[in-house]
Design a protein around this ligand. Structure first.
Ligand code: FES
Length: 170
């Protein structure tokens, strides 16, 4: 579930609070409970705010620094809602050498947001990721789980505007 960018913390929303409490009640006693709980909450709510991290830490009786460490380490977790579309830049070695930073610059220029941020209309989230295994196609951009290889900065603006146009036409 992905929600609008401006909203109350899910802990202040009774329905979402119940999802969090039910998840902790169901999986909190398992081995590796922290990862299981975080995965379920990320999937069902779409993000895990700092306040949610502190709440989960308290209820699982683990240090909040540990929860924060897990959320920060794995790119699957986010602290804010993702946009309707996610554009990921591979920053593995081949893509880095292949010029992915120029694509990131182009995205910043076109959208006005950086990796880790979502456009104010909630349409596109930019992220970076590790090697996606398509190094021969570097630089690689992953648009909604589809790899686009050998992307040039001159083509990249069109990828973004195509997303925007497809939404405007929908
Ligand atoms: S480094 Fe980008 S696909 Fe391998």
């Amino acid at each position: 579930m992905t929600l609008p960018t401006k909203q109350l913390d899910p802990l202040d929303n009774p329905r979402m609070r119940k999802i969090i409490d039910d998840t902790i009640a169901e999986y909190g006693d398992q081995n590796g409970a922290l990862m299981v709980v975080l995965n379920h909450i990320q999937e069902r709510i779409g993000f895990i705010t700092k306040a949610m991290q502190a709440y989960i830490a308290k209820n699982l009786n683990v240090p909040v620094s540990k929860v924060h460490g897990v959320v920060s380490f794995y790119s699957f977790f986010t602290t804010e809602p993702r946009g309707k579309h996610v554009v990921k830049f591979c920053i593995g070695t081949a893509c880095y050498v292949g010029g992915v930073s120029q694509l990131i610059d182009k995205a910043k220029q076109v959208l006005g947001v950086e990796p880790g941020q979502t456009t104010p209309d909630g349409l596109i989230t930019l992220e970076v990721c590790r090697c996606v295994g398509a190094c021969s196609q570097a630089p690689v951009v992953v648009v909604d789980d589809t790899n686009r290889g050998r992307v040039k900065p001159s083509q990249f603006g069109k990828i973004l505007t195509d997303i925007q146009k497809s939404e405007a036409a929908a």
